[in-house]
Design a protein around this ligand. Structure first.
Ligand code: IPM
Ligand code: MG
Length: 440
């Protein structure tokens, strides 16, 4: 009897052993990361080992990033810089055209400062998809070097390659620039006076689903895994910026957006950080919203004007700011500030509009978004009155007076004509009164 039991359990363990070994030895097809080799055949043990190594490297990288954040320098004081260097990078598609117009407006507004050597405006060459593809880099080294020599950057839209198009699938230049220059805050204002909407979005810009967006892993032909990262330091600095903004502007509401009920570790950390930081701002009320319902409430006429300041992790912020811009009149009407403690970059919120270029309509592209970005730039480096004038002129030209209109086609004005119209409006000594007269 005993002997029978022993034999039986031995047999049982032998079967288990066989199953385990069969699984370990099982072969999988995996898509090689080397594009020239298509499919490799590899067994499960090796696959798991590879995935662990990959994950291990990411964890190391991220721990190092946390250390860098802890040691990061404080805010740059633009009032102490001479000259303040503004770099203009045209980008792709309609980018160079619209950037040229915004740059001209900046030159016009800063004429005296440029003459006195207080400001320098320079062109950044090579942030084009052709050059990026040639170097197989989202931002080629020499371009990054040029960018780092500037204090603030005005940037046209850059093409983001995607699988299957004619370009190598390199990382987005936007995402890379935000990471390389540590531009952790994506600040996007949206205003619709007739609906009582005056929103300010603080989107985290260097973490979330983006920071490792190009570092996901195709484990096998059937299984792909991406990673999302939230850190204490990364959440702290963006949430603090949102609360600071609210406190300084006497705004009594900050809405924190996550999906912390489902995405528990990362979004959970973001929300927990908000709870902590909010305690330091007792004068600012705050509430938390899940991204889905927040998206719905933005278009709810009964609620939308109650919202004031939003703060959100990267991807939610990306989505909700496009929605908000659409409520304002389209993504072409919004500008975007990418702010870090040492550098800042200001850009149009829309894409490169390849169809406009293909159909010969580049010169009819609307420069409003990048002009708005130029106003945000002026404000950031301390020219607040000039920034305000530019915003008023833009409102008058694009929304109220509309002596000419950019339609994106030859039925409307060219970007150049529109920029001239803005510069004429800026020269109106009664600019503010004129703007005020439209507010009633
Ligand atoms: C934006 C854009 C970018 C983003 C793209 C171009 C990578 O949509 O600035 O919102 O997703 O951040
Ligand atoms: Mg976006």
């Amino acid at each position: 009897m005993k002997f029978y039991l022993v034999v039986n359990s031995l047999f049982f363990f032998y079967q288990i052993h066989k199953i385990i070994n069969f699984k370990k030895g099982q072969e999988f097809k995996i898509q090689s990361t080397n594009q020239k080799k298509d499919i490799e055949v590899i067994n499960m043990g090796d696959i798991v080992k590879r995935a662990k190594e990959h994950f291990g490297n990411l964890v190391e990288e991220q721990l190092e990033r946390v250390e860098r954040m802890k040691k990061a320098k404080g805010w740059k004081d633009y009032s102490k810089l001479e000259p303040i260097i503004i770099g203009a990078a045209g980008g792709d598609g309609i980018g160079p055209e619209i950037t040229k117009h915004a740059r001209n407006i900046l030159e016009f507004l800063l004429k005296e400062e440029v003459e006195k050597g207080k400001v320098e405006i320079r062109d950044i060459e090579g942030l084009t998809i052709e050059n990026r593809a040639k170097h197989m880099k989202a931002i080629p080294d020499d371009v990054l070097e040029q960018l780092k020599k500037c204090h603030v950057i005005l940037k046209g839209p850059t093409l983001t390659p995607r699988k299957g198009d004619q370009w190598p699938n390199i990382e987005s230049a936007n995402v890379t620039m935000r990471r390389e220059l540590d531009l952790f805050a994506n600040v996007r204002p949206v205003k619709v006076p007739e609906l009582g909407i005056d929103w300010m979005f603080f989107r985290e810009n260097t973490e979330g689903a983006y920071v490792l967006g190009s570092k996901g892993i195709n484990i096998t032909e059937d299984l792909s895994i991406d990673f999302k990262v939230i850190t204490k330091q990364g959440s702290d600095r963006i949430i603090r910026l949102a609360f600071d903004y609210a406190a300084k502007n006497n705004i009594n509401r900050v809405s924190v957006i996550t999906k912390a009920n489902v995405v528990k570790a990362t979004d959970g950390k973001f929300l927990a950080m908000a709870e902590e930081i909010a305690k330091e701002y007792p004068q600012v009320k705050w509430d938390d919203w899940y991204i889905d319902i927040a998206t719905a409430k933005l278009v709810d006429p009964a609620r939308q004007s109650d919202f004031k300041v939003f703060v959100a992790p990267n991807l939610y912020g990306d989505i909700i700011t496009d929605e908000a811009a659409q409520i304002q009149g389209g993504v072409g009407t919004a500008g975007s500030a990418n702010i870090g403690k040492q550098y800042a970059m200001f850009e149009a919120i829309h894409g490169t509009a390849p169809r406009m270029v293909e159909t010969g309509r580049t010169k009819f592209a609307d420069p409003s978004s990048i002009i708005k970005a130029a106003a945000l730039l002026l404000n950031h480096i301390g020219f607040t009155a000039k920034a305000k004038s530019l915003e008023m002129a833009l409102d008058i030209c694009a929304q109220y007076e509309k002596k000419i209109e950019v339609t994106g086609r030859d039925t409307g004005a060219t970007g150049e004509e529109f920029a001239k119209y803005i510069m004429e409006t800026l020269q109106d000594p009664n600019l503010e009164d004129k703007w005020n007269s439209y507010q009633k």
